[in-house]
Design a protein around this ligand. Structure first.
Ligand code: GLV
Ligand code: MN
Ligand code: MN
Length: 417
């Protein structure tokens, strides 16, 4: 606690202080990065477990490094309403993407207190261990383990030092053979409700503190390799040049043009050029491509148009296009009944008519939706910025978010026998 600050338990100030405290568990002194199965992951789990325990929850870390807390309802062992988000970050992250949802969930349990004793379900909070995929390049590892959708092929994924996911499990003190123990069964859960910063500008533009999510975008990711021919930069006349980078530049413009003409989003976030010398025509360019849309059909239609146009422009330049799909996640709709409770929660705060929006960002609910119904509450962020250290939330919006989340949980409790 900051000296001199009056921190009420379960308050927005406490939530913001805890997000700031989690910033300390970073692999770097000058910026925030906390990745899966790192010492910082362990430290963040330990701090979170302490806060869960202080809110009256029993706590455990599961077989995939997800941190849980649980408070029983009117009987021991009832299915649980799961609240939470993730504790891992991108490199040079802000303080709220993921963490806000975990500490808000704990604050709501704190605020509900003994009222949970009469609930027809238990309340659990989870801090998922890997949503971003920063370390092993595969997103949602923690929540996939919880959803029972772990893929044995993932053990051979490597971090940038070459360490396998399998070895990292061991080093963290987890047993890879037991990862299946992290899987939740549908009958153990009544639903998953996640609060998260919006990570976009729409709530701010609408002057709304809070919003509810209709659907989480379906994503596809590709590695595009454009193959030309490396030759002397001075000696090769234009008709003889097969410049992979110029082809890649044209492909990137095409990608942006087609995405802008649809309701979809496409990003080339990484490009690698070989051989990468000032006096050699680029012989090969490797690009990453991330595609998102509200519906899988819209996203797939955009990809068909893009791949046809890129193929054509490569052909015109004598270049070869190779495509490898590296990730595909279907869009995940939020459940009506759970979303109604979120809408009820927002309405109870007096924050205007609740605004629904589809999430362009990915979330743990994409994985958890395979075992239970999901819904999401969005909290407005400054300037729509996220995945950046300038990420910020207003204390007043967090306060309204806590009121809304608490009300949503009570609405769910009141609506069940
Ligand atoms: C995760 O934050 C993503 O949307 O990629
Ligand atoms: Mn993120
Ligand atoms: Mn997130």
């Amino acid at each position: 606690m900051t000296k001199g600050t009056h921190r009420v338990r379960g308050s927005a100030i406490e939530v913001l202080d805890r997000c700031a405290e989690l910033d300390r568990y970073s692999a770097h002194a000058s910026y925030l990065e906390r990745v899966y199965l790192s010492p910082q992951h362990a430290a963040a789990n330990a701090a979170t477990a302490d806060w869960m325990a202080a809110a009256g929850m029993s706590t455990w870390q599961d077989a995939a490094g997800n941190q849980y807390g649980r408070r029983e309802g009117r009987e021991v062992g009832l299915p649980a309403l799961l609240l939470g988000s993730h504790l891992d970050t991108v490199p040079d992250a802000g303080s709220y993407d993921g963490m806000l949802g975990v500490v808000m969930a704990i604050a709501v349990v704190e605020r509900l207190g003994d009222r949970i004793d009469d609930f027809p379900f238990a309340v659990e909070v989870v801090g998922f261990s890997d949503e971003e995929g920063t370390r092993f390049g595969k997103a949602l590892l923690g929540s996939c383990a919880a959803a029972g959708s772990w893929d044995e092929d993932w053990w051979e994924l490597r971090d940038k030092t070459g360490l396998t996911l399998h070895k990292a499990f061991h080093d963290f003190g987890l047993d890879p053979r037991r990862v299946g123990d992290a899987a939740r069964r549908p009958e153990e859960l009544i639903g998953y409700l996640e609060a998260h910063i919006e990570q976009g500008p729409y709530l701010e533009a609408a002057d709304a503190s809070l919003g509810y999510v209709t659907t989480i975008a379906g994503a596809r990711r590709f590695k595009l390799s454009i193959i030309g021919e490396a030759r002397h930069a001075g000696g090769t006349p234009y008709p003889r040049r097969r410049d992979a980078l110029v082809g890649a530049a044209e492909a990137i413009s095409t990608i942006e043009r087609l995405a802008k003409a649809s309701d979809c989003i496409a990003t080339v976030g990484r490009i690698e050029v070989m051989p990468g010398a000032v006096n050699v025509i680029p012989g090969r360019a490797d690009l990453s491509l991330d595609l998102r849309a509200e519906s899988d059909q819209a996203r797939d239609a955009m990809w068909s148009a893009m791949s046809a146009d890129i193929e054509m422009l490569c052909e015109a330049r004598g270049l070869e296009l190779r495509v490898v799909e590296t990730h595909r996640a279907p869009s995940m709709p939020c459940a009506g009944w759970l979303t109604d409770a979120v809408v009820d929660g927002i309405r109870s705060t007096g924050d205007g008519e609740p605004m629904g929006l589809w999430s362009r960002a990915g979330h743990d609910g994409m994985a958890v939706g395979a075992v239970t119904d999901i819904a999401m509450l969005f909290v407005r962020c400054f300037d729509g910025i996220s995945h950046h250290p300038d990420e910020g939330v207003r204390e007043q919006d967090v306060a309204l978010g806590l009121d809304a989340l608490e009300r949503a949980v009570l609405t769910i409790a009141e609506g069940r026998p």
